[in-house]
Design a protein. Structure first.
Lengths: 115, 112
């Protein structure tokens, strides 16, 4: 069964604008972690942000924030003030530490930032 | 080293040959993952090692694939009798705590 769902088509974003990338997940475990990774055209996977299921506040890391809506099983990534270097694929992932503990990835969202 | 190191970065092999891909995790990281990414696709889980526990091999696509992790550190992914559909980028990640998993640069495997 699909654990992580990312269904948005490729997105074009104007430089300096904010962009929201959708991610929904499926788990029956009360304890889990949610991750976002960036993969530019160079291919490296860059860890961006982490949200624990018991965290009371939404995670933030610089221009990245995670809009965590637990009841809706939603973990959207918000990138503020987009930069040209933000053009990349973005992957949402989940780990269930008391389940199989693997990182399950979504299929990714393509973002292109235009000047 | 400071990050996860994978070697080789690129590998071209003939169909039917065996290949070994190496991953050096971040020192002290107890968890190690292997993933495969085909061109333009997401990440396909292959295998997961956690400390001294038996590895989770449930993602290995066939018995031509195997992996080991020696001394809880370096891991080797072996593909026997390579096929063209094995061509992909093989990514390794390591983690110490539930909050982060860090990836290497990957090995791009091309089977000709």
């Amino acid at each position: 069964a699909q654990k992580i769902t990312q269904t948005q088509p490729g997105m074009f974003v104007q430089e300096k604008e904010a962009v929201t990338l959708d991610c929904t997940y499926d788990t029956s475990d009360p304890s889990y972690g949610l991750f976002w990774y960036k993969q530019p055209s160079s291919g490296e996977m860059i860890f961006l942000i982490y949200q624990g299921s018991y965290d009371q506040q939404n995670a933030t890391e610089g221009r990245y924030s995670l809009n965590f809506q637990k009841a809706r099983k939603s973990a959207n990534l918000v990138i503020s003030a987009s930069q040209l270097g933000d053009s990349a694929m973005y992957f949402c992932a989940m780990r269930e530490p008391y389940g199989n503990n693997r990182l399950a990835f979504g299929k990714g969202n393509q973002v292109v930032v235009i000047p | 080293g400071a990050g996860v190191s994978q070697s080789p970065s690129n590998k071209v092999t003939e169909k039917g040959k065996d290949v070994e891909l190496r991953c050096d995790p971040i020192s002290g990281h107890t968890a190690l993952y292997w993933y495969r990414q085909s061109l333009g696709q997401g990440l396909e889980f292959l295998i997961y090692f956690q400390g001294n526990s038996a590895p989770d091999k449930s993602g290995l696509p066939s018995d031509r694939f195997s992996a080991e992790r020696t001394g809880g550190s370096v891991s080797t992914l072996t593909i026997q009798r390579t096929q063209q559909e094995d061509s992909a980028v093989y990514l390794c990640a390591s983690s110490f705590n539930p909050q982060g998993a860090f990836f290497g640069q990957g090995t791009r495997l091309t089977v000709v």
